[in-house]
Design a protein around this ligand. Structure first.
Ligand code: NIG
Ligand code: FE
Length: 402
C-alpha cells in the first residue's frame, strides 16, 4: 500500500465541523494517506513522528516508503463534489448564449437542439468529449461528480448516455424527463409512459438516481410525481430540478418524497423554505446558471439562515451553464449570493456529498477517501477572492495524484 504525508499545510479545511466552524479549520496541519484513504489528520508538529518512525507512537505505514509532500504553508481543501452536471451531449449552443447576451431570454426548449446533436453523435464521439470534460473537472479540483442523461430522450439514446456516463462515474442520474421531445409534442402522456416504462427499464441498471425537470415548459407536478415514483419503484433514489424559471411544486414534491436534493431553488416561497428546513433534502444552488442566463440568483442567505443544507454545483451543460468550474461557483456564491467563503467552500464539498448521500467524500478525516486539493494560496478564501485564477495546484483522488 502506498503512503503519503502532506505536511506544512497552512490552512486545512477538514469539514469535520465544530460549533461556529462547519469547515473544521486547522492551521499548521498535516494529512497522512494510506492507499486510497485518509489514515490520520493532525498538526505538522505531530506529523514529524512519521518522518522518524522509531518513535513509539508511530502508526504502521504498511512498510511502504513514505512520500512526503511539503505544502509550503498553503491551503488544502477536500476535493470538490459536483453533484449536478449534464456532461454527455453532442453539439454546441454558443449562438444561443450570444443571442441571450443580446436580450433573448433563456427557455427550457433549447434542450431539444442538444437532443438532436446528441442523437447524431456516435458513442466514440460522446466518449471522447466526456473524457475531455472529466480531465477539465479534475484539473479544477473536482474529484466526485454526478452526470445526468437527458439529451437522448429515446429508449436507445437514454440507455446509451446512461451507459457512457457510468463508465466515468458511479453517480449517474436518469433524466429521461428532461423535456418532452419534439416527436411527442402532441402525445406527452405517451412520452411520460415511455419514460416510466421501457426507458427506465433500460437506464436503471446504469443509474443510481432518478430526476425530473419539474417546470413550466418541461414536466407538470403530476407528471413529475409519476416519473419519480416509477424510478423509486425501480430502486433509484429521487432528486428534482425545481423552481428554476418560476415558482412551482418542485421543492414540495422533492421534500415529500425524501429526495436527496432539489436543484436550482431560485423561486421559493415561505412554505418551500420551511419544508426544506424541516427535511433532509439539500437545496443545491447552481449559480453558473444565473450567471450564464442573466437570471436573478437564488437567495442563499434566506435558505442558510432558515437552517436549510445548501450545496453548490456547476450544472455544467451546453444550454444554461457551460462551465465545469467549482472555484467559479464558490466565487459567484460569495460575490453574488452573499454566502461567506467558508459556507461556499463547505457547500461545494461537504454539501455536494450530502446532496449525493455520500459519507466517504467531502471531508478530510480518517477513513474518508483521500480526495484532496492543494491550493496555490494561503487560505480557501482565495477561491472567491481571486476569481478566474487557476489556484488548484495539485489534486489527489483516492490517494492518487491526478
Ligand atoms: O439544469 N434545467 C434543466 N436542465 C438544464 C438545462 C439544460 C439545457 O438548457 O440544455 C439545467 O439548467
Ligand atoms: Fe440541470
Amino acid at each position: 500500500m502506498t503512503a503519503m504525508l502532506i505536511t506544512d499545510i497552512g490552512e486545512l479545511t477538514t469539514n469535520v465541523g465544530v460549533p461556529g466552524d462547519p469547515c473544521g479549520t486547522m492551521t499548521d496541519a498535516a494529512v497522512l494517506v494510506e492507499g486510497a484513504r485518509i489514515a490520520w489528520v493532525g498538526t505538522a508538529a505531530e506529523a514529524r513522528r512519521f518522518l522518524h518512525p522509531s518513535a513509539s507512537d508511530a502508526p504502521e505505514i504498511g512498510g511502504a516508503p513514505l512520500e512526503v509532500v511539503d505544502a509550503g504553508g498553503r491551503a488544502v481543501v477536500p476535493g470538490f463534489v459536483d453533484s449536478h452536471t449534464h456532461l454527455v451531449f453532442g453539439g454546441d449552443r454558443a449562438d444561443e448564449f450570444a443571442a441571450r447576451m443580446s436580450g433573448t431570454p433563456y427557455a427550457a426548449g433549447g434542450i431539444r437542439r442538444t437532443v438532436a446533436a446528441t442523437r447524431a453523435a456516435s458513442d466514440d464521439e460522446l466518449r471522447r468529449r466526456l473524457a475531455g470534460f472529466v480531465a477539465e473537472l479534475h484539473a479544477q479540483g473536482t474529484t466526485t461528480f454526478e452526470i445526468k442523461t437527458g439529451y437522448g430522450l429515446t429508449v436507445h439514446d437514454e440507455a446509451r448516455l446512461a451507459r457512457l456516463a457510468s463508465e466515468v462515474t458511479s453517480e449517474v442520474t436518469f433524466l429521461g424527463a428532461h423535456v418532452v421531445p419534439a416527436e411527442y409534442a402532441e402525445a406527452r402522456d405517451e412520452y411520460v409512459e415511455l419514460v416510466c416504462g421501457a426507458m427506465l427499464e433500460r437506464c436503471a441498471p446504469h443509474s443510481r438516481w432518478i430526476d425530473v425537470f419539474c417546470e413550466r415548459g418541461a414536466f407538470t407536478p403530476d407528471e413529475s410525481r409519476r416519473v419519480l415514483a416509477a424510478g423509486i419503484a425501480h430502486g433509484l433514489l429521487p432528486r428534482v430540478h425545481g423552481n428554476q424559471l418560476g415558482p412551482g411544486d418542485g421543492v414540495q414534491i422533492a421534500v415529500a418524497l425524501g429526495a436527496a436534493s432539489v436543484d436550482h431553488c431560485t423561486y421559493l416561497d415561505e412554505a418551500d423554505v420551511a419544508a426544506l428546513a424541516g427535511s433532509d433534502t439539500v437545496a443545491t444552488l447552481l449559480p453558473g446558471v444565473e450567471f450564464s442566463t442573466r437570471q436573478p440568483y437564488p437567495d442563499a442567505r434566506r435558505l442558510i439562515d432558515a437552517g436549510v443544507t445548501v450545496a453548490l454545483a456547476s450544472d455544467c451543460n451546453p444550454g444554461s451553464s457551460f462551465t465545469s468550474s467549482m472555484p467559479l461557483m464558490i466565487a459567484l456564491a460569495v460575490r453574488e449570493m452573499r454566502m461567506t467563503p467558508a459556507e461556499a467552500v463547505w457547500a461545494a464539498t461537504a454539501g455536494g456529498a450530502r446532496a449525493l448521500r455520500r459519507d466517504d467524500v467531502g471531508a478530510i478525516a480518517p477513513r474518508m477517501r483521500a480526495d484532496l486539493v492543494l491550493l496555490d494560496a494561503p487560505t480557501r478564501v482565495h477561491l472567491a477572492y481571486r476569481p478566474g485564477v487557476p489556484l488548484v495546484d495539485a489534486v489527489w483522488k483516492d490517494g492518487v495524484r491526478l
